[in-house]
Design a protein around this ligand. Sequence first.
Ligand code: ATP
Length: 267
Amino acid sequence: SMEDFFRPVKPGKVTYADVGGLKEELRLLREAVELPLRYPDLVRTLNITPPKGVLLYGPPGCGKTLLAQAVANEVEATFFAVKGPEFLSSLHGQSEKRLRELFAQAEQKAPSIIFFDEIDAFALDRSRTTTSFEATLVAQFLSLMDGFDRRAQVVVIATTNRLDVLDKALLRPGRFDYRVRVTVPTLEDRLQIFKLHTAKMPLEGTVDINDLAEKTQGFTGADIAALCAKAALMAVARALGPDMDRWPASLSSDFTSAIRITGEDFA
Ligand code: ATP
């Protein structure tokens, strides 16, 4: 229901250690979020203006949500998660009231993170906006962000796949001052992601993850997670069947098949 938007959620047990690669992206996010949420006294004493918003942008499945959950957990912030499209469709013309309530809740339960997933659902460039309702919503959202006292221990983290279509007003100083691009992983990052997603598998030296990382150029973190799960399932299916004696020696062939299948999904 609508009320669920204003109830804090557990961001899962994600920690910094669960994020594969993305070192620089994580560093920037921590810089933006940890100062206002963890060191409010420092903000007061030094008279600093910490960022109010961080925009994570880039293609789906590359770890934007994971990063937000990790930082929320690590700073022990109350986490409000809002999905742009669902939020938009459930407002019934009460946008101002709803948004104000959300921001007020966050301030009350501070330190807080308001996570706005797919913010482009309503924060499109005004020249592209189809309804005046959406334009009003953006204006209201921004005025709430502007209205935040800089000592408020609240940070808004928003995500989008399409930075280019966002309302430019979001990018003005004092709003989403931090913009972090989260994109398809490099070879080194893929290696880290494979390490994480195979950490609990009995690979026992049968699978060369360096080789896997090399063969998966263009795969996102989500693709790698899916492929590891697929390989594990195929291995289990074989182990339960007539090939039981080959477990886990031929796990590597399961990964090869999984890479082929996942790769075909792109084509
Ligand atoms: P979307 O735009 O679709 O919401 P996203 O960028 O938010 O995508 P996530 O939801 O964070 O992507 O990633 C989906 C899943 O893929 C994660 O739950 C995780 O299992 C895996 N994953 C993605 N990136 C990484 C990474 N860098 N390290 C470890 N796992 C990753």
